[in-house]
Design a protein around this ligand. Structure first.
Ligand SMILES: NC(=O)c1ccc[n+]([C@@H]2O[C@H](COP(=O)([O-])OP(=O)(O)OC[C@H]3O[C@@H](n4cnc5c(N)ncnc54)[C@H](OP(=O)(O)O)[C@@H]3O)[C@@H](O)[C@H]2O)c1
Length: 256
């Protein structure tokens, strides 16, 4: 039996779900790749490799050395560099690529979104007057809000923010989603939050704060998504898994 080697670029819940689905097929050998940012990542259920490849060339070398038959990009929608590297490495090596492109959230009636391009702009649009800000953008870019030290911050992340922000008033919460709307509402009320800074992650797991913000009339400073390469993709895990199945389907292989 031919074994097909699949490399999944992960770091998301969907990557883990996809890996679990594909690993059930006896003719697939699945490896999941993590950047290594999270100190204690949840168990992934398939063999894992950790750490950067060394840019698009490093990833291309890995694909060649490991004789990968299919590359799947299931990284976070804001992980733009690895997605660009993946597309470039696929082109360089001729290894086919598929990607999960989770749709973003759309504003609905009652939402008070202020759209910005990046965290620097987000810190600026909060304005000069002190506010109570819920930062729900992960730890990597939280430091940008040192530029607006007049606000009080509630900062939630999976791993601790290190170093702590050089601002007089910041409270740190360690938590991993999903975050249901009712819990998010209670959190916003408890801390008297009047602005939420968010990425447009899409999906259900982190939408609770957006819905709760809407219900409470709280402004959401929404950081726009970065541009991603245009590669064959699906929006949800099941559809992506079906594409993978089809990809290695004997009929598809003959190009019929
Ligand atoms: N950005 C977010 O908001 C966010 C949220 C949740 C989860 N994540 C996950 O965290 C990881 C890192 O995100 P990021 O924003 O730092 O990405 P990024 O800016 O696109 O990537 C930076 C570098 O990290 C390495 N890298 C990223 N993902 C990798 C993976 N799956 N396997 C091996 N190396 C990887 C690559 O290094 P080399 O160039 O050396 O190969 C890449 O150039 C991603 O896997 C992403 O899915 C990100």
């Amino acid at each position: 039996m031919t074994t097909y080697r699949i490399l999944i670029l992960g770091g998301t819940t969907e990557a883990r779900q996809l890996a679990g689905k594909l690993a059930r097929r006896a003719d697939f050998s699945v490896t999941l790749s993590l950047a290594g940012r999270t100190e204690s990542p949840v168990a992934q259920g398939v063999p894992v490799r950790v750490g950067g490849f060394g840019g698009a060339d490093g990833l291309a070398n890995y694909l060649r050395d490991e004789q990968v038959d299919l590359l799947i990009d299931t990284t976070h929608p804001y992980a733009a560099r690895i997605s660009a590297n993946a597309a470039e490495a696929a082109t360089k090596t001729g290894v086919p690529i598929l990607a999960l492109r989770r749709p973003g959230w759309e504003p609905v009636a009652g939402d008070r979104w202020t759209l910005v391009d990046n965290v620097t702009e987000a810190a600026k649009v909060l304005g000069g007057a002190p506010r109570r800000v819920f930062l729900a953008i992960g730890r990597q870019e939280a430091g940008a809000f040192e530029a607006a030290p007049q606000h009080s911050y509630l900062i939630r992340s999976v791993d601790p923010v290190e170093p702590k922000l050089a601002v007089p008033d910041a409270l740190y919460l360690l938590a991993r989603g999903p975050f249901p709307e009712a819990d998010e509402r209670a959190l916003l009320e408890k801390y008297g939050i009047d602005a939420i800074v968010s990425k447009n992650s899409g999906g259900e797991a982190t939408y609770g704060k957006i819905a709760a913000g809407r219900a409470l009339g709280i402004e959401v400073v929404m950081i726009r998504r970065p541009p991603l390469p245009d590669v064959p993709s699906a929006e949800i895990v099941d559809a992506l898994a079906a594409k993978v199945d089809h990809f290695f389907d004997p009929v598809a292989e003959r190009g019929v």
